[in-house]
Design a protein around this ligand. Structure first.
Ligand code: KIV
Ligand code: NA
Length: 262
């Protein structure tokens, strides 16, 4: 099936080609990223923060994800589309399979979930149901409230070994790749060397992973109120949008358009 061969292609890029990944949340962005030749578009639950205005990803629901996965899928035809399983949508293997199927029916080629050893049975169940799974290790944003903030992971050798154990459990369960988030560079490199599936890094330093993922609003400067320190801002969408709105307001108020000058 096409969605499975797209995921297999990403897996086979390890050691040959860098996996270019970006988040996307809507039709236009999905279409633009696809036209730009991005390998993997992640409809991440970061949606909750940068699009829906929640303080963290723990507010995101399956209904939110389905709505946005469908929009991206209408725009992107070439890239692998990965949909995040939001918090509490995969508490049991049965629930994980059911919700992975719903994301797939909405247009996701694959799904992503957070965590290692404790998710192994769920990953295996989803893969057995024919839906490719991307892992996510290191900083797990769905646990930010328990952890009391966004922290670097893999600082000590024992923490790095625990992450490796989780990654190996995911690999054994059949993931086609693993996102590493905020893992210190040396640990990310160790994981990249020991794993046979591609690691896709965010906040893991330079040249330590097989690929990279970034949040689209970070790199285009569309969400100026918080920019993670590791993000490279490559455009100024927020500034342009605000300037266009101000220029428009000035034009309308001075009678240049359809409104009367009063
Ligand atoms: O939701 C998201 O955007 C993510 C990436 C940061 C990996 O999970
Ligand atoms: Na996410």
């Amino acid at each position: 099936k096409e969605h499975q061969s797209k995921a297999a292609r990403i897996k086979s890029m390890k050691g040959k080609q860098s996996v270019v990944s970006l988040t996307g949340y809507d039709y236009a962005t999905g279409r633009l990223l696809d036209e730009a030749g991005v390998d993997l578009i992640l409809v991440g639950d970061s949606l909750g923060m940068v699009v829906l205005g929640f303080p963290d990803t723990t507010h995101v629901t399956m209904d939110h994800m389905l709505h946005h996965v469908a929009a991206v899928a209408r725009g992107a035809k070439m890239a692998l589309i990965v949909g995040d399983l939001p918090i509490h949508s995969y508490d049991t293997p049965e629930q994980a399979v059911e919700n992975a199927k719903r994301l797939h029916e909405a247009g996701a080629d694959a799904v992503k979930l957070e965590g290692g050893v404790r998710q192994q049975a769920k990953v295996k169940a989803i893969v057995d149901a024919g839906i490719p799974v991307l892992g996510h290790m290191g900083m797990l944003p769905q646990r930010v409230l328990e952890e009391g903030g966004y922290k670097k992971k893999g600082k000590s050798e024992s923490e790095a070994e625990a992450i490796l154990e989780g990654c190996l459990a995911l690999q054994e369960a059949g993931v086609f790749g693993i996102v590493l988030e905020s893992v210190v560079g040396s640990a990310a490199m160790m994981l990249t060397e020991k794993l046979s599936v591609p690691t896709i890094g965010i906040g893991c330093g330079n040249a330590n992973c097989d690929g990279e993922v970034a949040v689209i609003t970070d790199i285009v400067g569309a969400y100026p109120w918080f920019v993670p320190p590791f993000a490279t801002v490559r455009a100024n969408v927020a500034a342009d949008t605000k300037a266009a709105a101000i220029a428009y307001a000035d034009a309308v108020r001075s009678g240049e358009g359809a409104a009367r000058h009063v």
